[in-house]
Design a protein around this ligand. Structure first.
Ligand code: UDP
Length: 363
């Protein structure tokens, strides 16, 4: 089989890493990087650390509004698809790169396999929700990470195209989270200079459109972080650099270390060693769960219902008081609860593709 994989953003590099390693043992993979994430520590570092083969195409498309970015990607991906004529187009997650790949492939009648299918927030103002819904509805093979994703597929009449495979982020976490020691991690401060990882800390990430459009939200988040008993490490997504630095100066933050984004090996290690995770990232919510860490999610919708069981993950609006209240809620851990698969999602993804390809699909 010839599979054309489209990636563009940090979480997609992580998922594609584990799947590519399995896929390439038996099949030909053409890797397309749209360019959506482009800084060294948001892109190339992941390719190096996770040993991802270099992309066959880098489309270099970055920035702009949703429409502009998606439109440019659509035009360029179409050219690559026509040239490569793959048997399948493989897409991950919910970014603009996912949506552009889905639209380009569907219009060319090329079958699409969507990994992380069926994930729903039921919030139409969440930009990723639109990408998820559109991609699922034009895909021929929908690979779900969890039982709740399969339920969502059923609700939308998609279950005949769905297969439960588990979460490749779990595979990645099992494979990579022990590869780096906390003492090997040198944090690059956003304001210049370096720092070691403190012994006890809270790991904060915040980059969703919902939390980065106004000063007020980040100010409230920082206000809560300043009151914790241990320091907070915040690797700042490029989308938030300017605002975070400005607020740091304005609020004279003492407890929050603003640092450059870290690589995946560093991030996974930091999750494992953190006292607490506060985030609006879909990936980090799951990693906190995998590591048994309490997580407070800075969103008002649930992305991964399985992580919410026993208050392991709780939602908080970006309001200081609410964040602190939610941090104080204890979590109940049940050791036998493992809803994200068995750590072999990558093999199951490749098997599902082989099976459906052999059987043939109704385009
Ligand atoms: N991550 C990373 N470096 C960082 C912050 C996060 O490698 O500085 C990892 C994190 O461990 C998780 C993934 O990036 O695996 C999540 O990506 P992101 O938050 O950008 O996207 P989302 O998961 O929300 O789609």
């Amino acid at each position: 089989m010839k599979i054309l994989t489209i990636v563009g953003a940090r979480p997609q590099f992580i998922k594609a890493a584990v799947v590519s390693h399995v896929l390439r043992k038996k099949h030909q993979e053409v890797l397309v990087h749209t360019g959506q994430h482009f800084d060294y520590n948001m892109s190339q570092q992941f390719f190096e650390e996770l040993n991802i083969p270099a992309p066959d195409y880098n489309l270099g498309i970055r920035g702009g509004s949703h429409g502009e970015m998606t439109g440019k990607m659509l035009m360029e991906i179409e050219k690559v698809l026509v040239k490569e004529a793959p048997d399948w187009v493989l897409l991950y997650g919910d970014t603009n790169s996912t949506l552009a790949g889905a639209l380009a492939a569907a219009k060319l009648h090329m079958p699409i396999c969507h990994v992380e299918a069926g994930t729903r927030t039921h919030c139409r103002t969440n930009p990723e929700e639109i990408n998820r819904i559109c991609t699922d509805h034009v895909s021929s093979l929908l690979l779900g990470c969890t039982a709740s994703a399969m339920e969502e597929m059923k609700r939308e009449g998609l279950e005949t195209r769905g297969v439960l495979v588990g979460d490749p982020m779990y595979d990645a976490f099992l494979e990579y989270s022990g590869k780096k020691e906390i003492t090997d991690i040198e944090l690059q401060l956003l304001s210049g200079g370096t720092a070691a990882v403190p012994e006890k800390y809270c790991y904060l990430t915040c980059h969703r459109e919902e939390n980065t459009n106004r000063d007020e939200d980040l100010r409230e988040i920082f206000k809560a972080m300043e009151q914790l008993d241990f320091p907070v490490i915040y690797p700042v997504h490029p989308r938030n650099h300017v605002r975070a630095l400005r607020l740091q100066a304005e609020m004279q933050l003492n407890n929050v270390l603003l640092v450059q984004p870290v690589g995946y090996l560093e991030s996974a290690c930091m999750v494992k060693n953190a006292q607490l995770v506060v985030t609006d990232s879909g990936g980090l919510q799951r990693e906190a769960f995998f590591a048994g860490k309490k997580c407070v999610t800075l969103l008002d919708f649930v992305v991964w219902p399985e992580t919410m069981v026993g208050n392991r993950n709780v939602l908080a609006k970006p309001k200081a008081e609410e964040i602190l209240e939610k941090i104080a809620i204890p979590q109940e851990i049940s050791k036998n609860y493992s809803p994200f698969g068995d750590g072999h999602a990558a093999e199951k993804i490749v098997n599902a593709l082989e099976k459906i390809n052999e059987k043939g699909i109704d385009k």
